[in-house]
Design a protein around this ligand. Structure first.
Ligand SMILES: [Zn+2]
Length: 356
């Protein structure tokens, strides 16, 4: 299989390929069904395949689509690994079990959105909602520029944005937007006001699979920031020197949001915090692997019409969300229900590769 063949043009195609790759590997798939259907009427789900024994001391989680549309890259990486015999031999020889989590945010994956169906940035959603949310005052001041009344933005908005960037710098613009905010539900990088479906589901998966391991590693696949095609390994742990040293020993050059070496802003409510909470017995080490796409200002600009803004089509079909987990055998056909896969595609694919 060529490299390109691991990648897909739709969520349903990616899901089909993931199931096919797990069948080749002889793995079962746990399917956690999302309450809504996808852009083409297909089933949405967080699908989980485990390669390795339940009692493995070392568990490596490899996940895709935290930011929905970024799953096109992450899914391709997961499928390529599933089909890589040398990789399987290496992890088996090392005594490492691998957990492939396909479609953390399947709604955003299918609809080419960065956010979940709640317009939540999943990587800002992991905070204590009983506490007062942190205030992003920089976002407050820029909210009307970030998500203007009209799109594309009118000349006055463009001018005001350019003035801010000229005076404060791109980094300040990026930090204000992508750091996360909890007071503009229609805005960008909104962390939500409650745990999202994806948060509850990945917590369940971590508890189920990670409660017995002594060492837990997590590589969460993203796209957006950094030089085009370059995979930046961004430290995804608490600000802990031992964990940082371990990550660098394992993965080589690793950047950090804590010391400013990463292209990512300092974030709030990050997903991997759940690893500490759901698997407290494990020594946790993680990175986000962020593949660069467009220059950061373009990435930020493109996020507006692909996030929770007024142009988002409203979901029309609701599934029963209760007890929506089941196990599929490798021979189970992928339960997609595409009826016209080309009818509602966004007009351009370049608009939706927003990272962070
Ligand atoms: Zn991302």
């Amino acid at each position: 299989m060529s490299v390109a063949q691991h990648f897909s043009q739709t969520y349903a195609e990616a899901r089909d390929k993931f199931f096919a790759a797990t069948r080749v590997r002889g793995l079962g798939v746990e399917t956690h069904v999302h309450p809504l259907t996808g852009r083409d009427g297909e089933m949405l789900a967080m699908d989980v395949a485990r390669d390795g024994p339940r009692n493995a001391r070392s568990l490596l989680v490899i996940s895709s689509a935290c930011h929905g549309v970024e799953g096109f890259c992450g899914s391709g990486v997961q499928i390529a690994l599933l089909e890589d015999a040398a990789w399987h031999q290496a992890v088996h020889d090392a005594g490492v079990a691998v957990l492939y989590v396909h479609g953390l945010n399947p709604y955003g994956f299918s609809w080419w959105r960065r956010t979940t169906h709640e317009n939540v940035d999943l990587n800002r959603n992991f905070r204590d909602f009983s506490a007062e949310p942190p205030r992003n005052t920089a976002y407050d001041q820029l909210a009307e520029l970030i998500v203007p009344e009209t799109w594309p933005p009118d000349p006055a908005t463009v001018e005001a944005t350019s003035r801010f960037v000229a005076e404060q710098g791109e980094k300040a613009w990026q930090q204000a937007i992508s750091g996360g905010q909890y007071h503009h539900p229609q805005g960008l990088f909104f962390g939500g006001d409650a745990p999202s479906w994806s948060q509850a589901t990945i917590r369940h998966v971590l508890r189920d699979h990670g409660a017995r391991c002594a060492r837990l590693a997590w590589i969460d696949l993203h796209t957006g920031l950094g030089p085009s095609g370059h995979g930046e390994r961004i430290f995804a742990c608490r600000d802990d020197a031992d964990a940082y040293a371990r990550a660098r020993a394992w993965w080589g050059e690793v950047t950090s949001i804590y010391d400013g070496s990463s292209t990512s802003a300092l974030l709030t409510g990050m997903m991997w915090l759940a690893a500490y909470e759901e698997c407290p017995q494990a020594e946790y080490t993680g990175i986000a692997l962020e593949y660069g796409t467009l220059p950061s200002m373009q990435v930020m600009t493109h996020c507006a019409p692909t996030s929770g803004w007024k142009t988002i089509p409203r979901p029309t079909t609701r599934r029963d969300a209760a007890s929506s987990s089941r196990t599929a055998t490798p021979s189970t056909p992928t339960p997609t229900r595409g009826r016209n896969r080309s009818s509602r595609r966004p007009s351009t694919r370049r608009t939706a590769r927003c990272g962070g």
